[in-house]
Design a protein around this ligand. Structure first.
Ligand code: NDP
Length: 450
């Protein structure tokens, strides 16, 4: 990557040399550093304090063996990770991902992004991420439980309610959080708010399950209203994925008056011109962990297509990528633009490639980057931490209202930063700068130890 600023070029070259073979991490760092060109010009104090040199290097990276016994009695070994990226503004906070594609590069890209996202929420949370290359697909409940117990048997010594508070991500939902929490409590003999996404009967927050998808739609609604005096009402929406984020984005988009016509999983996508029946999707995905192709068996008017990337060829007003990183490339972006897409907002982390983002911005598409648009999940995780500290529970309506207020605030914070730093409406730049400045000032005041 090429930067105008020699200083930023030096930072990027050092990160590249120090992290060979980590393309996702370099992609995330490169994208953020690009946004910092105007910051470097105006904030020489942050350059002098070496803030950018420091912020691209994790405070701590933990890698560990996770051995467990499968149902056939065979010993299996996976690799576990926790990156504690930045603790300048609060305890480390970020999800755990269980997926065969997990490696150091993926975990570091996610932990790096999380630092800025958590800052944008306005809540006191540092950045972290973790997970394992364990594949939960096709595993029995017993196997999932034994894996989670083994994972926590190492992780427990690195986390704590005031140190690091993990949560869910791809492959980690209520079931996995329950097994992880049970093992933490068993080892530490302590009922502490050390994980978020917990079940409601043992310290979870109402609206956490819905938070990322709902928050994404609140962000889009505000963006449409503020920039185009428009709304979700009457819009056609395409959503990739059919997991936690996708399902609740689809639910809220429909509540706001839109029609969601397509959803997917890693095998393929369904197109239902009458509007996706979410009860059917939830029964397949949440009820029996099935595949999205089964939707077409239940709804004969729907069409299933093998291969998930084709979903972006469906004509829509609003596209919400909610599956995984780099799922929407430059060609897919061009197809969406040719088909008249007005809004793209990222429910997943880094789902659009840099080429796709460039095309959306050049075409004047309203683009909500992940750091800002999908921060609702971690925001409600922050609210779960608050409730745990108070030993108190807010109602669904209270949490939902706070979530909405946070998402509206994130949009304006990012928008105002984009304006202040000379690229009004470029929320990629705005979110990166707004998230960065708070962390940067905290790091500056705390001296050079971190
Ligand atoms: P889930 O595991 O609930 O769902 C993931 C969905 O994405 C599934 O439909 C899955 O299909 C699909 N998917 C996973 N990997 C791929 C792949 N390589 N190619 C295509 N599709 C894939 O995860 P979440 O909904 O929680 O997370 C989705 C995204 O949102 C991730 O990027 C995550 O980091 C991000 N995110 C999640 C938050 C949360 O609160 N859960 C908060 C902020 C961001 P299949 O079943 O076939 O694997």
């Amino acid at each position: 990557m090429k930067f105008k600023s020699a200083y930023l070029q030096g930072v990027y070259d050092t990160v590249s040399a120090r992290n060979p073979g980590e393309p996702e991490f370099l992609q995330a760092v490169g994208e953020v550093l690009e946004s910092f060109e105007p910051v470097v010009e105006r904030r020489g104090d942050l350059v002098d304090a070496g803030i950018i040199d420091r912020i691209v290097e994790p405070e701590r990276m933990i890698t560990f063996r996770v051995s467990w016994v499968d149902d056939a009695g065979k010993v299996r070994v996976n690799r576990g990770f926790r990156v504690q990226f930045n603790s300048a503004i609060g305890p480390y906070k970020g999800g755990l991902r269980l997926h065969p594609t997990v490696n150091a590069s993926v975990i570091k890209f996610l932990g790096f992004e999380q630092t800025f996202k958590n800052s944008l929420t306005g809540l006191p949370m540092g950045g972290a991420k973790g997970g394992s290359d364990f594949d939960p697909k096709g595993k029995s409940d017993g196997e999932i439980m034994r894996f989670c117990q083994s994972f926590m048997t190492e992780l427990y010594r690195h986390i704590g309610p005031n140190t690091d508070v993990p949560a869910g991500d791809i492959g980690v939902g209520a079931r996995e959080i329950g097994y992880l929490y049970g093992q933490y409590k068993r080892i530490c003999n302590e009922f502490a708010g050390v994980l978020t996404g917990k079940g409601l009967s043992y310290g979870g927050s109402l609206a956490r399950t819905e938070a990322t998808g709902y928050g994404l739609c609140y962000f889009v609604e505000e963006m449409l209203d503020a920039v185009r005096q428009d709304s979700f009402a009457g819009k056609t929406v395409v959503i990739s994925g059919s997991g936690n984020v996708a399902i609740y984005a689809a639910q809220k988009a429909a509540q706001l008056g839109a029609k969601v016509v397509a959803m997917s999983d890693s095998d393929g996508y369904v197109y239902d011109p009458a509007g996706i029946n979410l009860d059917v999707v939830r029964e397949i995905k949440e009820g029996r962990r099935g595949r999205i192709r089964e939707y077409a068996d239940a709804v004969p008017a729907a069409v299933y297509t093998q291969g998930c990337r084709g979903i972006w060829s469906i004509k829509c007003d609003i596209a919400l990528p909610c599956a995984t990183q780099n799922e929407l490339d430059g060609d897919a972006a061009q197809t969406l633009i040719d088909n008249g897409v007005q809004v793209v907002a990222e429910g997943a982390n880094m789902p659009s490639t840099p080429q796709a983002v460039e095309k959306f911005l050049a075409a004047g598409v309203l683009f909500g980057p992940a750091k800002a648009a999908n921060a609702g999940g971690v925001a409600v995780s922050g609210l779960e931490m608050c409730q745990n500290s108070m030993r108190y529970s807010w109602t669904f309506e209270e949490v939902d209202a706070k979530l909405k207020g946070i998402m509206v605030g994130i949009f304006h914070n990012a928008y105002n930063a984009s304006k202040e730093f000379g690229s009004e409406g470029n929320l990629v730049m705005g979110a990166n700068i707004a998230g960065f400045l708070k962390v940067a000032d905290a790091m500056k005041w705390q001296g050079v130890a971190y």
